[in-house]
Design a binder for this molecule. Structure first.
Ligand code: FNR
Length: 190
């Protein structure tokens, strides 16, 4: 049976290049993965006052993260870091203390930017955050995508063979990583 992977898009923009990248990844993923978006748009700003009685959007978000077998973060880099909307979602998911929804979720980080470094600095920040949250991460391959409109169609078609092969390889490796982590955390494994 296919593994249920939740993907989070770090941009709220309607014409987000990272949403386009996510569409390409869904198309190129191996059949062993079933990808579904975990939306972050409706979340309020994190406030510790509301942790114990959060609004339904937060409860729903945490439930979606917890029911996914793996997570894929597809995000832009904003000012050399994680976009506020994504960090806000992660903060909600990490709380209240002792109820961290991200723990032990095999995670991948990928992103597209218009600049040449292809979200490398955002990804470095994300690695620290996910380490703290005890989410195992795919270390390699790394995927820093400089977005070129002639390469990516709006529906996720990838017109350049090299890019298509690379993204398909990334998803294969991510799928294999999810398998490895899930087999280590399966009930009965010592
Ligand atoms: C950017 N952009 C950007 N790009 C980059 O490579 N490094 C960066 O630090 C930043 N910083 C940054 C801050 C803010 C507030 C914005 C709006 C943009 C450019 C960014 O790569 C470009 O806008 C992408 O289109 C953003 O991705 P989405 O929203 O289209 O998915």
């Amino acid at each position: 049976m296919a593994h249920r992977i939740g993907y989070l898009i770090g941009s709220l923009a309607s014409d987000s290049i990272n949403r386009t990248l996510a569409r390409a990844l869904v198309r190129l993923a191996p059949p062993s993965l079933e990808l579904e978006e975990i939306p972050i748009r409706g979340l309020p700003l994190y406030n510790r006052d509301d942790e114990l009685e959060p609004v339904e959007a937060v409860t729903e978000f945490k439930r979606a993260v917890e029911s996914a077998e793996g997570l894929l973060f597809v995000s832009p880099e904003y000012n050399r870091s994680i976009p506020g909307a994504l960090k806000n979602a992660i903060d909600w998911g990490s709380r209240p203390w002792g109820h961290n929804s991200f723990a032990r979720k095999p995670s991948g980080i990928i992103g597209a930017s218009t600049g040449a470094i292809g979200t490398a600095v955002m990804q470095s920040s994300m690695r620290s955050v996910l380490s703290f949250l005890n989410a195992p991460q795919l270390n390699a391959p790394e995927a820093y995508i400089t977005f070129r409109p002639e390469v990516f169609g709006a529906d996720g078609e990838v017109h350049d063979e090299g890019t298509r092969d690379f993204l398909a390889h990334y998803m294969e490796e991510y799928g294999a990583f999810v398998e490895r982590v899930l087999s280590l955390t399966a009930p009965g494994h010592v």
